[in-house]
Design a protein around this ligand. Structure first.
Ligand SMILES: *Cc1c(COP(=O)(O)O)cnc(C)c1O
Length: 393
């Protein structure tokens, strides 16, 4: 299909597999199994299934395949495997790549469940894990050694929006033959340059911007055909982390509007960051493309735009932050992100509560910090809402 198409065209048309009815919208094949014309055909398919031949939905399904082909096309990957959630994707990418005796180097600032996998689960199976401050290249250099099998990091961290230099870390990993696996949720597929900069495996929680309308869980792992079919697929198809056809259909419809939604939210996020920078009630405004961001130059080089997330640090700690949260009328208090609806989260008491105060402060998660996922509402309404809420702090 249209290899020369731009992202927006691919998001609408790539990967479609029309049935004999010629339907306009992608068909939802809500079926777990497939029938064969003959015993011989069944036998042949179990020996090797062709591109348009399916066996069982845990292995693959036409609706799920449409989603995989479409996301692979926009990310510039050879292949993809869709999963039941973002965590199923992260788990499968790590567990299928690593085995007992291997060494993994991972950034410490991770989504809570990702940290649980690298800190608690992998060591149980004999994987040695070294955690580093992902923003410090010297620490990566010191930790990566001959025998390091993989490196793992979130390209933009949650909730302090620190960047990891994908190219430099990938260069260090390549020197020892380690696989570079990145969780790219905060960068979004629209602003991702992860493969171009050296990542070999890219993972998304499609629950976030790709659904983008708060409905379904999902995830996807992208990489070379060899990695997806020989390393990842055997693990996933036998352990049961496949995406459901219904969720894949929702994700396909989410992809159609992904570029429009992400660009609109990003424009608002940038406008809010500019307007709030220097606000007397705020100790910090964190947004990758603000000149005050400590990695501003890297952010400009690595990210085509600042993204849909920003964080603000309210003076007066948790009490002041809670007043702001409770005074907001448009922004809803929740922990999802990448949604059409603007969402605010207080990481210290929710998503990062488990960490304890010492680890939180090491990660810059202060009691006044509020993470904002900017939605697609009117920018002026969002700014007015934040401004009136800050007046209460
Ligand atoms: C949400 C998220 C995940 C987990 O995705 P689920 O779909 O909730 O399983 C992993 N990594 C990052 C960075 C996330 O934001």
């Amino acid at each position: 299909m249209g290899n020369n198409w731009k992202t927006r065209t691919k998001l609408v048309h790539e990967g479609i597999r029309r049935s004999q009815y010629g339907e306009v919208a992608e068909a939802l094949f809500l079926t777990q199994g497939f029938v064969y014309d003959s015993a011989e055909q069944a036998e042949a398919r179990f020996i090797e299934a062709g591109d348009d031949e399916f066996i069982y939905a845990r292995y693959g399904n036409p609706t799920v395949r449409m989603f995989e082909d479409r996301i692979a096309a926009i990310e510039g990957a050879e292949d993809a495997f869709a999963t039941a959630s973002g965590m199923a994707a992260v788990n499968a990418a790590l567990m299928s790549t690593l085995r007992a005796g291997d060494h993994l180097v991972s950034a410490r600032a991770l989504f809570g469940s990702c940290l649980y996998i690298v800190e608690e689960i992998l060591p149980r199976f004999g994987v040695e894990v070294t955690l580093v401050d992902g923003t410090d290249l010297d620490q990566w250099q010191a930790a990566i050694r001959p025998g390091t099998k993989a490196v793992f990091f979130e390209t933009l961290s949650n909730p302090t929006l620190e960047l990891i230099d994908i190219k430099s870390v990938s260069d260090l990993a390549r020197d020892v033959g380690a696989t570079v696996i990145v969780d790219n949720v905060f960068a979004t597929p629209i602003y991702s340059r992860a493969f171009e900069l050296g990542a070999e495996v890219v993972v998304y929680s499609t629950t976030k911007h790709i659904d983008g309308q708060g409905r379904c869980l999902g995830g996807v792992v992208l990489g070379t055909r060899d990695y997806i079919r020989k390393t990842l697929e055997p693990y996933l198809k036998h352990t049961g982390g496949a995406m459901s056809p219904f969720n894949a259909w929702v994700m396909l419809k989410g992809l159609e509007t992904l570029d429009l939604r992400v660009r609109a939210a990003t424009a608002s996020a940038a406008a809010l960051a500019d307007a709030l920078a220097g606000h007397p009630k705020l100790a910090r405004v964190i947004f990758p493309h603000l000149p005050s961001h400590p990695q501003h130059r890297l952010a400009k080089a690595q990210m085509a735009a600042g993204g849909t997330m920003l964080s603000i640090d309210v003076k007066g700690g948790q009490t002041a932050a809670f007043k702001v949260l409770n005074a907001l009328k448009i922004f809803t208090i929740s922990n999802n992100l990448g949604d059409a609806k603007s969402i605010v989260t207080h990481p210290a008491t929710t998503t990062h509560q488990r960490l304890g105060e010492d680890q939180r402060s090491a990660l810059g998660i202060t009691p006044g910090l509020i993470r904002i996922s900017v939605g697609i509402e009117d920018t002026a309404d969002l700014l007015a809402d934040l401004t009136q809420a800050l007046d209460r702090a």
